[in-house]
Write a protein that binds this ligand. Structure first.
Ligand code: RFL
Ligand code: PHB
Length: 394
């Protein structure tokens, strides 16, 4: 098989890139290790920045998102038993975020791809990337016991943190930066009305908690838990009990509990690969970087990588120029490090670190108190949370 762009991975990055390329008349094939249902079963991000919303529109798949997504102009911060609102809309001159689950965004992209009759090879085994240091790279995979080959101009590594593309880059050409946090997030999804109209980020003596949502009738909650905890050890009741202990009086009284639809523990990690380009192979999304979810940046960063990669590929075919692909890594990394910094800072501000003494909790309280009472402090949170503009800093 021959295509212009071989995309490895049918998560949000791969599907969004595939859809944008299709709209621009550029041919792409996606190979994915698992089934489409498996991809849809992974409950992950829930907050879209405007850049991500705009890209869904550019890809022509924004209709359901605009109908069902919930616009949020603020978040609440709970610490020392009191809630404070960050009016992001006012602080950023009218910017908002949207509550729309990664599952829904992925489903919209999958449906559009199927409707356009584009090729996605699900359950592709032993995907391998070849000769990406030449102008004739190729990808192989096995399916139903048969070996297949895709010849292409470019390989897009959209295969997540555990993918094959980054792992295939020469070790001598790659530098990786990593911080693993000493706790995880236990998430619970339930068909119960959210406890609050807006998200509540909680710094409590028992650890971090987050009250999020997917719709007016579906809630997503998270608890900071030790890395040694197993999801099987957390009954729904135990989860709700612990969440209540981390909330304020009003939220405790308002919280509606119910059976979980999904429960899982995610580890927290900051991770960046440099560079993101190896000849004719590019890394995008979680394949190149991971943020702890505290700043809700993972999916949004993936979307901006895709935007930059898409623009560069279009420039290559339409203008016969390699300037865009030559600049891809630098441009992405500038934005990635800004989001990495914010996610790391927000994580250390809001969590209990097992090796830190009581003084750290006091520092956190004092910092939160400062932030909530300073226009500059509030603005710092707001402008990072809604997402820095694409042209920030040049
Ligand atoms: P994905 O979604 O991991 O998709 C990669 C796809 O590549 C496939 N793949 C392969 N295909 C072929 N051959 C191989 N060898 C392959 N290896 C892997 C995988 O099966 C998969 O389908 O990466 P992508 O597309 O870059 O999207 C990134 C986002 O998914 C990610 O940034 C966010 O979900 C991160 N994240 C969260 N972000 C938020 O903003 N808020 C959250 O609440 C949030 N929760 C999470 C998360 C990430 C998690 N992970 C990765 C463990 C919770 C979890 C558990
Ligand atoms: C979510 O709804 O899953 C979510 C929202 C905000 C975050 C992380 C996760 O910071």
């Amino acid at each position: 098989m021959r295509t212009q762009v071989a995309i490895v991975g049918a998560g949000p990055s791969g599907l969004l890139l595939g859809q944008l390329l299709h709209k621009a008349g550029i041919d792409a094939v996606i190979v994915e290790r698992v089934t489409g249902d498996y991809v849809l079963g992974r409950i992950r991000a829930g907050i879209l920045e405007q850049v991500c919303i705009d890209l869904m529109d550019e890809a022509g798949v924004g209709a359901r998102m605009h109908k069902e997504g919930l616009i949020h102009g603020g978040i609440e911060m709970l610490f020392d038993g009191k809630r404070h609102r960050v009016d992001m809309n006012k602080l950023t001159g009218g910017k908002n975020v949207m509550v729309y689950g990664q599952t829904e965004l992925t489903r919209d992209l999958m449906d559009a791809r199927a409707a356009a009759g584009l090729t996605t090879v699900y359950e592709a085994q032993n995907v391998a990337v070849h000769d990406f240091d030449s102008t004739k790279p190729w990808v192989t995979y096995e399916k139903d016991g048969q070996q297949h080959r895709i010849d292409c101009d470019f390989i897009a590594g959209c295969d997540g943190f555990h993918g094959v593309c980054r792992a295939s880059a020469p070790r001598s050409a790659i530098k990786e930066y990593e911080k693993v946090y000493p706790f995880g997030w236990l998430g619970l999804l339930s068909d119960t009305p959210p406890v609050n109209d807006e998200l509540i980020y909680v710094n409590s003596p028992r650890g971090f908690a987050l009250c999020s949502q997917r719709s007016k009738t579906r809630s997503r909650y998270y608890l900071q838990v030790p890395l040694t905890d197993h999801v099987e050890d957390w009954s729904d009741d135990a989860f709700w009990q612990e969440l209540k202990l981390r909330l304020d009086e009003e939220a405790r009284a308002k919280l509606v509990t119910g059976p979980s639809l999904e429960k899982s523990i995610a580890p927290l990690r900051s991770f960046v690969t440099e560079p993101l380009r190896f000849g004719r192979m590019f890394l995008a999304g979680d394949a190149g970087h991971i943020v702890p979810p505290t700043g809700a940046k993972g999916l949004n960063l993936a979307a901006t990588d895709v935007k930059y990669l898409f623009d560069a590929i279009v420039e290559f075919y339409k203008d016969k120029s390699e300037a865009g692909i030559d600049d891809y890594s630098r441009k992405c990394l500038a934005r990635i490090w800004r989001a990495e910094r914010f996610s790391w800072w927000f994580t250390q501000l809001m969590h209990r670190f097992p090796d830190d003494g009581p003084i750290t909790a006091k520092f956190q309280s004092a910092e939160l108190d400062y932030l909530m009472n300073s226009e500059a402090g509030l603005k710092t949170i707001a402008e990072n949370y809604v997402g820095l503009p694409l042209d920030f800093g040049g």
